[in-house]
Design a protein around this ligand. Structure first.
Ligand code: ADP
Ligand code: ADP
Length: 227
């Protein structure tokens, strides 16, 4: 297993009100899986993805990644863990407006003590992988939504992460661009990438290898798609 969530619980407390966003989540994800997480608004999908992305911590339970219990790491160690192991794709792309597409992608490598020449090569490869090389010197605002999301995927993969987390990656895209993004994610998965994606689109969830349905902070169904 690449990932094991053991008895993960997440409580939110504000004033007198306590919300259990996640109840006792048990989930194992192997290397090379492509998992789609679905469920109605408020069921805990974002909370689960944030915990998997280590930008939130569970109130109880253990998050094992490889051999490591991430819940035992401090913030600095987690930041290093994220840079080494995780790539993120968001619904609204989250590119930095003041940087060109290639600068946005390179930023993911800047913290790594990598020589400039190697960074350039990796950025070029990642841009090629998502067919965005012709926009390298453009700024995000000069690109269509589909192009921005492809650039964001290049940023997510340029560091060769062990896990890609995608939060409604097609949510802001039209049908054609959404299909392109799904095609890229499936291709990356075929090449060995492990992907966990939250989606509201049943047809996109069907393109993953496995589907996890949530309701009221719990996993109610986990099925392998017939592909
Ligand atoms: P989803 O992504 O499936 O819409 P969320 O993970 O955002 O669901 O939310 C799960 C539950 O946790 C909801 O009841 C939501 O209101 C609650 N929740 C999420 N974030 C917070 C927060 N920061 N403070 C209090 N409650 C929260
Ligand atoms: P979008 O469909 O997001 O608007 P584009 O119109 O820029 O994207 O590109 C669609 C496809 O055509 C891309 O997959 C890209 O590979 C290819 N393409 C477009 N323009 C160029 C170019 N100048 N050089 C190389 N490939 C290009």
């Amino acid at each position: 297993m690449l990932i094991e969530l053991n008895h993960i619980q997440r409580l939110y407390r504000s004033d007198e009100v306590e919300t259990t966003a996640l109840h006792d989540i048990e989930l194992g994800i192997g290397s090379g899986e492509f998992v789609a997480i679905m469920g109605p608004s408020g069921c805990g999908k974002s909370t689960l993805l944030n915990i998997l992305g280590t930008i939130d911590r569970p109130t109880h339970g253990a998050y094992i990644f490889g051999e490591q219990d991430l819940t035992k790491l401090n913030e600095a160690a987690l930041a290093a863990f994220r840079r080494e192991n995780l790539g993120y794709v968001f619904q609204s792309f989250n590119l930095i407006d003041e940087l060109t597409i290639e600068e946005n992608i390179e930023l993911a490598l800047i913290y790594r003590n990598m020589p400039k020449s190697e960074r350039r090569e990796r950025v070029a490869q990642a841009m090629d992988r998502v067919s965005i090389g012709h926009r390298a010197r453009h700024y995000p605002s000069q690109l269509s939504g589909g192009q921005q999301q492809r650039a964001a995927i290049a940023r997510a993969i340029v560091g060769q992460p062990r896990l890609i987390l995608a939060d409604e990656p097609t949510g802001n895209l039209d049908t054609e661009n959404g299909a392109q993004v799904m095609d890229i994610l499936q291709g990356l998965n075929d090449e060995g990438a492990t992907i966990i994606m939250v989606t509201h689109s049943p047809s996109h969830a069907d393109l993953a290898k496995r589907r996890v349905d949530m309701l009221d902070g719990q996993i109610v169904v986990s099925v392998r798609n017939a592909i």
